[in-house]
Design a protein around this ligand. Structure first.
Ligand code: NDP
Length: 475
């Protein structure tokens, strides 16, 4: 652990925190306690419109060949009524409900009952029981890291079915895509509502609950920090990684299978999407232990944002390129395909190396080499709610010396590569890069706000040393 702690006599702690505003705010680091009007407006907007946005995108592919404009034109010219579109939309089916239930239960079983064995034979892979970061209340949770194993077992079964058993068609996901959307929504709302009720009546760690008093904010951003059932079923780790991210690569494979069925071949653009997004997903599971130290697990509370987002937003909108390519099979010329592959791989390299540098730096408490040299850093301190003082370090060399979130820059380059595979005929596949740019810029600002509350003047010293957020010299 990078942070080492120093207990102080309670009188001295009290004295210090009343003397100094920065220190007072440092005691309250973590998610906001008060809701400003902009956050509230954004939250209401998302609660009302995010499910409609997902529906609109998927419906446009189903009924309008992925054109986002044509449904609007039809509605505005009176050519169609909303009810015409709605009546053409596939409903929830017994088959989809069975597939979805089986899927979620299967992922739960893999998560809960098969302890990780990958770390026993894969060199460099960190799995098994791992510790998370210190929460604002000073709690350190343990997690069973077995996502890579769940991903491998699921995919081995998928390929075994596709090439040997033939229990179901590999196009099953595409063929039931809209009925499955209703199932994903049911789970997303159910888990978010359950998490809200749980936080009032039987929270896992009451000290880490945050009630703002605003129902919508609390529902959206969550109250409980790390809700769990029993010792090991952690809502954030499970819903963030599985079933959504394990499904990501399967969804893409199903799209590729559909292309094969419809056109007798799989285009190079579809292969690129499968490969580039496959690398991203595998990277996630290979580094699941590292993921315990990212914002989702370390700082976000579990509410609709994570619960519904993981069940619906992620599997449906992160896979739009593959869906688009089923309707518009783009065959890229070799030069374009290589250019996109390079952009995706360089983006991935920056994303991974930046994350790796921070992880190595934090794990070794700065006793490591970054680009062949000892890392440079700023010493900083913060306090948990019980007044315990912790020390930490912010690195100012390597990619972290170029910009404060260069990992996001790499992620954005990769995201752009996925979109470019689809050519320029429609805007639908470009939703992902627009969304990621908004998400990561907002995340960057949110994180910096939180880091400032946590580290106070030390954070200011850091931003003076590394003045840019995403692009050196520009932003
Ligand atoms: P980071 O991994 O960048 O973590 C930010 C935290 O790192 C800060 O809160 C701070 O935590 C610590 N930190 C900040 N600066 C430094 C520094 N100079 N030296 C050491 N520690 C520092 O952010 P995320 O968790 O948001 O992202 C992780 C990855 O996940 C990124 O690559 C991102 O692109 C990706 N991502 C992808 C998403 C997707 O939907 N595809 C969504 C979100 C993220 P502390 O309090 O410990 O100091």
């Amino acid at each position: 652990m990078a942070a080492h702690q120093e207990k102080k006599p309670s009188e001295e702690r009290k004295h210090k925190s009343t003397q100094n505003d920065t220190q007072t705010s440092q005691v309250q680091w973590g998610r906001a306690w008060e809701v400003d009007w902009f956050s509230l407006a954004s939250i209401l907007f998302l609660l009302m419109f995010a499910p409609l946005i997902v529906y609109y995108f998927i419906m446009s592919c189903d009924q309008y060949q992925c054109s986002l404009i044509d449904p609007l034109i039809d509605l505005l010219t009176g050519n169609k009524q909303l009810s015409d579109i709605w009546n053409k939309t596939p409903t929830l089916t017994y088959r989809a409900a069975s597939i979805y239930t089986l899927w979620v239960v299967f992922q739960m079983l893999l998560y809960l009952f098969i302890p990780d064995f990958c770390h026993k034979f894969l060199p460099g892979y960190v799995g098994g029981v791992q510790e998370g970061a210190v929460t604002p209340a000073g709690v350190v949770n343990k997690y069973e890291i077995n996502g890579l194993q769940a991903w491998i077992i699921t995919h081995v079964l998928w390929f075994a079915n596709a090439y040997y058993f033939h229990w179901f068609s590999p196009t099953i996901i595409f063929d039931n895509w809209i009925p499955l959307l209703w199932c994903a929504n049911v789970l997303g709302y159910a888990v978010s509502t359950f998490a809200m009720i749980k936080s009032y009546f039987f929270p896992t760690s009451a000290e880490d609950c945050k009630f703002t008093g605003n129902f919508f904010y609390d529902y959206m951003m969550g109250i409980e920090f790390n809700p769990r059932i029993g010792k090991w079923f952690d809502f954030k780790l499970f819903f963030n990684g599985r079933p959504g991210i394990v499904a990501w690569t399967l969804i893409n494979l199903s799209y590729a299978a559909k292309q094969q069925e419809l056109y007798g071949q799989v285009t190079n653009s579809m292969i690129l999407v499968n490969v580039l997004q496959g690398i991203y997903v595998l990277d996630f599971f290979w580094n699941e232990a590292w993921y315990l130290k990212t914002i989702d697990i370390c700082h976000d509370h579990f509410g609709w944002y994570l619960g519904w987002g993981d069940c619906v937003w992620l599997p449906y909108l992160y896979t739009l390129q593959g869906l688009y390519l089923v309707y518009h099979p783009v065959q890229l010329c070799t030069a374009n395909a290589i250019g996109i592959l390079m952009l995706g791989l360089i983006g991935y390299y920056i994303f991974r190396m930046t994350n790796h540098q921070k992880d190595l730096f934090r794990r070794t408490n700065g006793n490591c080499k970054i680009w062949g040299k000892k890392p440079e850093y700023i010493e900083c301190s913060y306090m948990s709610v019980d007044g315990t003082k912790y020390y930490s370090k912010l690195m100012t060399s390597g990619f972290w010396g170029w910009a404060r979130h260069f990992n996001y820059t790499g992620d954005l380059m990769g995201s752009l590569a996925y979109c470019l595979t689809c050519g320029f005929e429609h805007i639908l596949p470009y939703f992902y890069i627009v969304y990621m740019t908004i998400l990561l810029t907002h995340r960057c600002i949110r994180d910096e706000h939180r880091c400032f509350s946590k580290y106070g003047k030390d954070w200011k010293r850091y931003t003076a040393a590394v003045p840019y957020r995403l692009i050196p010299g520009i932003f």
